[in-house]
Design a binder for this molecule. Structure first.
Ligand code: TXA
Ligand code: MG
Length: 362
């Protein structure tokens, strides 16, 4: 791809001159898409209201969905938050820079457009070297949501950003594939009990080892999977999110039964002339091999990080092949597995097909 608004930067050998071009665009109120360790972001100067408004417009994002502010050093935290509760230091020491976003009380000087009118603000310090140097060289904090069209799977490669927003932003930095491939964990520190509002790149277990009283917002636990409700504490986190264009069917239950049930669904859909795609692990490919379906491998079942890393790319790859229905099953909910579960649950629009017994009907 050779377009004027795309520059390639090697994350392990950063060309500072190229980053400076991007930093200038941020300073002048432009929009730059850049890689982070989680997913690509579309960034603007936090304090430039026009630029922030433009982010909402190009993403077609509802105005009630607040944006995360990205920092390159701890001092910048004071620019965007009103107070730093003592627990913050403990958490930041262990997890920053990295895929953890904190919700804190907003500094009133931050434009209300960034926080969608909330009195709180989301902040994170990414570990990706390109993101870090972009923030540093711009001399600003950078407000950046994921660089996808609203409700589409997040972008883990520059090509995904080009597909969704290509012509509408000033510059796209192509820094290769995102390492984690799933968004940051969002941790709310404004209440009495630290609460995970969105599972992500840092696991619940990992944070709990530092803050034992940590809880996860109940809607993220699978036993509440059929509640299909919205959380008032986290506006914008709608159930319909991360959806491919194809309908995604999420199966859950005992492995053997689930795979058998998925095969029965596939047979029925094929008879109806539907184009079927499967997201599954290497170990399961043999169950589905047939000339009539397209299989995207998420890697090995032994490697949850690889499943996380390829999930969004898998949804987009199948969509690009004109699939009508994607079938996928849930995997372990441990570690990053909880974030995988959450993204699948949302892509399935909150519907789960339980497969504990095999009925004659499907
Ligand atoms: O990994 C990530 O977090 C990526 C990269 C680019 O940093 N960013 C990202 O941003 O995923 P976005 O906008 O797609 O998702 C941020 C989520 C929003 O859905 C929103 O609900 C939540 O963070 N959020 C932001 N500000 C909040 C606030 N003040 N209170 C509660 N939730 C908030
Ligand atoms: Mg997003």
């Amino acid at each position: 791809m050779n377009r004027k608004n795309i520059i390639k930067i090697n994350p392990s050998n950063i060309d500072i001159e190229k980053v400076k071009i991007a930093a200038k665009i941020i300073q002048k109120g432009g929009l730059v898409a850049f890689p982070t360790e989680t997913v690509y972001g579309i960034g603007a100067d936090t304090f430039n209201k026009n630029a922030i408004t433009k982010i909402y417009t190009v993403k077609r994002r509802p105005a009630n969905d607040p944006i995360i502010v990205h920092l390159s050093n701890f001092e910048q935290l004071n620019d965007v938050v009103l107070e730093i509760p003592p627990i913050t230091y403990k958490i930041v020491d262990k997890f920053w820079p990295g895929p953890l976003t904190l919700i804190l009380i907003k500094n009133p000087l931050v434009p209300s457009e960034v926080s969608a009118g909330l009195p709180t603000i989301a902040v994170r310090m990414p570990s990706h070297q390109i993101a870090r140097s972009l923030i540093e060289l711009s001399g600003k904090t950078i407000a950046a949501p994921s660089a996808n069209l609203f409700a589409k799977p997040s972008p883990t490669k520059a090509n995904h950003v080009i597909e969704d927003l290509g012509s509408e932003i000033d510059l796209i930095i192509d820094g290769g594939k995102a390492d984690i491939g799933i968004e940051s964990t969002v941790l709310d520190l404004t209440g009495d009990i630290p609460t995970i509002l969105r599972p992500g790149g840092i696991s619940f277990e990992n944070i709990k080892s530092i803050i034992p009283k940590l809880i996860v917002a109940p809607k993220y636990l699978s036993f509440s999977s059929d509640t299909n409700q919205e959380s008032s504490s986290s506006p914008g986190m709608l159930v319909k999110h991360y959806s491919p264009i194809a309908k995604l069917l999420l199966f859950q239950g005992h492995e053997c039964i689930v795979l058998e049930k998925m095969k029965r669904y596939i047979d029925t859909f094929l008879k109806q002339g539907k184009k079927i795609g499967i997201l599954c692990v290497n170990e399961e490919i043999k169950y589905f091999q047939s000339t009539d379906i397209i299989i995207y491998s998420l890697g090995s079942i032994k490697n949850l990080s690889s499943i996380a890393n390829s999930l969004f790319d898998g949804m987009r790859t199948l969509d690009n092949q004109g699939i009508n229905i994607i079938l996928v099953r849930s995997y372990s909910e441990e570690g990053i597995g909880l974030a995988i579960w959450d993204r699948l649950y949302r892509a399935a629009e909150g519907k789960v097909i339980k497969a504990d017994t095999l009925n004659p009907d499907i």
